[in-house]
Design a protein around this ligand. Structure first.
Ligand code: 6PG
Length: 503
């Protein structure tokens, strides 16, 4: 019998998505240029299906793939973002793909590429995308999915994506864990929701990754403080993270950070974290978020700082030289008696900064949506991030609730719940940032979030002086507080008495 879905790309993500589809009763025909990957896929299916008939087939050409799946064809791609996506679409067209066939890109594509691609292939195939978060485990056992594109295509794909999505227990709002092959979760709310027109899904995923970068950086800063200022061992810090994971900071990223810190290197028997080189990698999605925030004119400083922190980390040779030359403050580490208090401060700082990071990310999505004419449902976006994805956290239920209370909420910080949480915890946040600065420990994400918060709540900012400077050197004009804003003024700086004139 014909297969339900054609799948191109059986790398780590692709293979896991295929096995997830198979677990959910879809028969998949897979193609990959690397035959070894297809062999591994078939072996895995044979191992996991037991006595049941094969659920996965492999084929050796695009033409064969189209011949083995039901029409109209549904082909899912898990190939590297960029040119390979175009290349595969062209090959599928050459192999006979038709105008009502759907191609679904699951990669971390740049959202503007998806928009252009959809336009370019219009009338020749239906180009649809679903951004996937959750790494290889999410792909295998339930990911968070951010689909966007043609509405008609969505109605055809919806059941497939709902099936392979992570599920949330509707009563507790917590993820329903699935770690075993062959047994999909029955019931639960799927972490998949139609985001909007083409491009919007990848934009939302891009911002997810920007938040992911900032969230990871915040945790790393808390670790750095505990390690350097409190002289705690990785195992002790792991314990603190495990405690934090029982409260409002409960999240996948805190959980895995504890796991990393508790792990011992098998070779040297040292804490694993001590043998990992401190140069961070990045593949671009955090950078795209920061760039977009600058373009849209929506501040996301903690996300940008997280990208910078990774960049600075790669300049290890320079840092090593600077470490020998540049002096820091001459202060002793925090005395042991203050340890618990400083840990408490860091906890509250992390919580407040995290609220600001999400405020920045959601605000960015809001402004971008306004520019693009997308109707994004923020309550739903927060809901589909509750499970499956890398930033999954208990906290996302509160964000979803905030947008449920007020669909037009202009910034998360203005929600009563979040405003109250920061009011309660800000003292410790300020002390943590102050301590870090006195001790000479960099906390770019924690401190930029604090500056964001403080600037956001200021009715008056020093932008008045700035406008004066601009007018001084470039006659850029300014508005006055005592006249209508549309009226523009300029100072004749070189005239005696510096008269102000309307221009
Ligand atoms: C996810 C992740 C995933 C991946 C990113 C980040 O949501 O599943 O965000 O997309 O881990 O590519 O990678 P970098 O840290 O290398 O940029």
């Amino acid at each position: 019998s014909l297969c339900d879905i054609g799948f191109i790309g059986a790398g780590v993500m692709g293979k896991n998505l295929i096995m997830n589809l198979a677990d959910n009763g879809y028969k998949v025909c897979a193609f990959d240029l690397d035959h070894n990957r297809l062999d591994a896929l078939l072996e895995q299916d044979a191992r996991e299906r037991g006595e049941r008939p094969p659920r996965v087939e492999a084929c050796s050409s695009y033409t064969e793939l189209l011949g083995r799946i039901k029409a109209p064809h549904l082909v899912i791609l898990s190939v590297p973002a960029g040119a390979p996506v175009d290349d595969v679409c062209h090959k599928l067209l050459d192999a006979g793909l038709k105008a009502d066939d759907i191609v679904v890109d699951t990669g971390n594509s740049l959202w503007t590429d998806s928009v252009e691609r959809c336009e370019r292939f219009k009338g020749r195939l239906i180009f649809f995308t679903t951004a996937v978060s959750g790494g290889d485990v999410g792909a295998r056992f339930g990911a968070s999915l951010m689909p966007s594109g043609d509405r008609y295509a969505w109605t055809r794909i919806e059941p497939v994506l709902n099936a392979i999505a992570a599920k949330v227990d509707p009563d507790s709002g917590r993820p329903i864990e699935r770690r075993e092959p062959g047994r999909p979760v029955s019931g639960g709310e799927p972490c998949a929701a139609y985001i909007g027109p083409i491009g919007s899904g990848h934009y939302v995923k891009m911002v997810h990754n920007g938040i992911e970068y900032a969230d990871m950086q915040l945790i790393c800063e808390a670790y750095h403080m505990m390690r350097s200022a409190l002289e705690m061992t990785p195992a002790e810090i792991a314990k603190v993270f495990r405690e934090w994971n029982l409260g409002p900071l409960n999240s996948y990223l805190i959980d895995i950070s504890a796991e990393v810190l508790a792990t011992v290197d098998t070779d040297t028997k040292q804490p694993l974290v001590d043998v990992i080189l401190d140069r961070a990698g990045q593949k671009g999605t955090g950078l795209w978020t920061a760039l977009s925030s600058l373009e849209v004119g929506c501040p996301a400083p903690s996300i940008a700082e997280a990208v910078y922190a990774r960049s600075l980390s790669t300049r290890k040779v320079l840092r090593t030289r600077a470490a020998k030359k540049l002096l820091g403050p001459d202060v002793a580490p925090v005395e042991p008696a203050r340890r618990a208090e400083v840990i408490e401060q860091l906890h509250d700082a992390l919580y407040c900064a995290k609220i600001c990071v999400y405020a920045q990310g959601f605000d960015l999505m809001k402004l971008a949506a306004r520019e693009q004419g997308w109707q994004l449902n923020f309550a739903e976006i927060a809901r589909i991030w509750r499970a499956g994805c890398i930033i999954r956290a208990v906290f996302l239920q509160s964000i979803s609730d905030a947008y449920e209370r007020d669909l037009k909420l202009s910034n998360l910080l203005l929600d009563d719940f979040f405003a109250g949480q920061i009011a309660l915890n800000q003292h410790n946040w300020r002390r943590a940032v102050a301590d870090a600065s006195l001790l000479g420990i960099p906390v770019p994400a924690l401190s930029s979030a604090l500056s964001y918060y403080d600037a956001f709540r200021m009715e008056s900012l020093p932008a008045n002086l700035l406008q004066g400077q601009r007018d001084f050197f470039g006659a850029h004009t300014f508005s006055r507080v005592d006249r209508p804003e549309e009226e523009k003024y300029h100072v004749q700086w070189s005239e005696p008495g510096r008269p102000v004139v309307e221009v």
